[in-house]
Design a binder for this molecule. Structure first.
Ligand code: ZN
Ligand code: ZN
Length: 535
């Protein structure tokens, strides 16, 4: 067997190929090698990092003078190694301490990229996700590493040797299996287990020790960046049932009294409001209360009832308590961020990863954080605030859903499940600061022939009054070109003024619209205006 790890020469550029570092494909005709980076098409089909699992014909050998790729049949070990390697290279931000969730990250990725990973005739078996979990734990002692040792989370996994490429792992595993068979033929009493055999084989083929470094938590730990947001969540969860009362919320907003000079300077240099729409909005705190879509059985609103039923999302599989218990705090407040484009099942187009990235606006919460940093460093006269992460406007992604549902349950009413919005991500806007979900807004498309319905708009209390909701609504109206946009808003919700500025007109009043949904402590009117923006 040829040594897979030996250095080879690239046919196109005449430089060396190096295992785990600068790999390439072997032409099945002339047996020469080509760097992935030297391929005429710039990358392998599908573009997965470390993906060499193709049968390849180089440009010179192909009769029509083009490179030919056909997908090899992959084992589940190869698929999962490849996916984890790609995720750690391209989407490390999704990880927790360097680990990925086997279902939410690995299985979801495989599901979305099935056609890239498998040749055309491979069908999904019924229990394919179970196979992923099984493969991870089967190789859990030497190829994969479970999060259980690091943070007691059995569902999270990473690569034991993160720098070994999938191609190297696959070859090493094949060599290990070969060794085992040889030992069997020689009738040897097997002393070494698979993990030992594998570890023995590693240094024989991989000479550069750098690639043999096992996963190291401390390096990956830098990635968990949600710590600073946690105090706010604690505060909210303490409030329990009274949590949606507007006046109470105002009291718990961080006080901004006594700003330092440094902070004032910072404010002067960065505009606080991102007023790309208009310049003189002045909307009270409660502007971004829910414009929600509960069912109503009141007789005098027949027409609206027909409209509303389809967009009430009820998660009936869990009651509210078990739902809250089942979610870890981090899941409740955070959502991931992927940097690849998202394919919309609704329109079939690829949505860009960001709608907008805003590094200038300073909402109350960030100002408070900046002020704390300044106080902490007050002895250092030359201290300058480090630049802050942008506020990212993105389309909804599966990673956001647990946190969004949890926020809806906390701020609106129990039972809301927005999973369905993943069917039409084009009509969503999720605002993230690092991984914290700051706000979101959803449209339900095509509720009538030429009508989209604005179902939920939310911004975290200490992130209000700086144009976040305004931008989300603006974005959603923009995506509804040529279609009316409709919504319901509580009679005494000042958000009505915002909608009116966008051109929404009140069409009728729906009595008892929110009757069953608002908690008894909520002072908002149960009646709603039905508003329409005509296009
Ligand atoms: Zn090359
Ligand atoms: Zn060739």
């Amino acid at each position: 067997m040829e040594n897979f790890a030996e250095e080879k020469i690239c046919k196109y550029c005449a430089e060396n190929l190096r295992i785990c570092e600068d790999e390439g494909l072997e032409c099945s005709t002339c047996r020469s090698h080509v760097h992935v980076r030297c391929l005429k098409r710039g990358s392998v089909p599908g573009g997965l990092s470390g993906d060499l699992f193709f049968t390849f014909i180089c440009q010179e050998c192909d009769s029509s003078n083009s490179e030919v790729f056909s997908r090899n049949k992959l084992s589940w070990l190869q698929v999962i190694t490849l996916v984890l390697y790609h995720l750690q290279t391209k989407s490390l931000g999704l990880a927790r301490k360097g680990f990925f969730h086997w279902r939410n990250h690995v299985a979801t990725f495989i599901d979305r990229n099935w056609d890239i990973l498998f040749s055309g005739d491979t069908k999904k078996k019924k229990k394919w996700t179970g196979t992923i979990a099984g493969t991870l734990s089967h190789f859990g002692s030497y190829i994969f590493l479970s999060g259980i040792s690091t943070f007691n989370e059995p569902a999270w996994w990473t690569l034991m040797y993160p720098k070994l490429s999938p191609f190297a792992v696959s070859n090493l595993y094949a060599l290990m299996t070969l060794e085992k068979q040889k030992a069997k033929i020689r009738n040897e009493k097997r002393v070494a287990c698979d993990a030992e055999l594998f570890q023995n084989i590693l240094p024989v083929y991989i000479k550069d020790e750098e690639f043999l470094q096992p996963f190291n938590v401390t390096n990956a730990q830098l990635l968990s960046d949600v710590k600073e947001e946690i105090p706010e969540v604690k505060k909210n969860s303490k409030q329990k049932s009274g949590s949606s009362n507007v006046t109470k919320r105002k009291l718990v907003l961080p006080s901004m009294g006594g700003r330092s000079k440094k902070l004032m300077r910072l404010e002067n240099s960065a505009p606080l409001l991102s007023d790309e729409l208009t310049t003189n909005f002045n909307i009270p705190d409660s502007q971004e209360k829910p414009q929600a879509t509960p069912k109503s059985d009141t007789k005098n609103v027949k027409e609206s009832v027909k409209l509303l039923d389809p967009f009430c999302h009820y998660n009936t599989s869990l009651n509210n308590i078990s739902r809250m218990k089942g979610l870890r705090m981090q899941t409740k407040i955070t959502g991931g961020m992927r940097v690849e484009q998202i394919l919309s099942p609704y329109s079939g187009i690829y949505l860009k990863p960001y709608i907008r990235r805003d590094a200038k606006t300073y909402p109350t919460w960030l100002r408070l954080m900046a002020e704390l940093q300044l106080v902490a460093n007050r002895k250092d006269k030359d201290y300058i605030l480090p630049p802050r992460a942008p506020i990212d406007y993105t389309y909804v992604q599966p990673e956001h859903i647990p946190a969004i549902n949890s926020i809806c349950n906390q701020f609106f009413w129990p039972g809301i499940d927005l999973t369905e919005s993943l069917q039409y991500p084009d009509f969503s806007c999720v605002v993230l600061y690092k991984k914290l979900i700051v706000g979101f807004a959803f449209l339900v498309p095509d509720v009538k022939h030429t009508e989209n319905y604005l179902s939920f708009v939310f911004t975290r209390p200490s992130w209000r009054n700086c144009g976040i909701a305004k931008f989300m609504i603006y974005h959603l109206i923009q995506t509804s070109l040529g279609k009316d946009v409709t919504l319901h808003v509580s009679l005494n919700n000042p958000a009505l003024f915002l909608y009116q500025k966008f051109g929404f007109k009140v069409e009728n009043v729906v009595l008892d619209f929110y009757d069953k949904y608002f908690r008894s402590d909520v002072t908002d009117s149960k009646h709603a205006f039905f508003c329409r923006l005509e296009r």
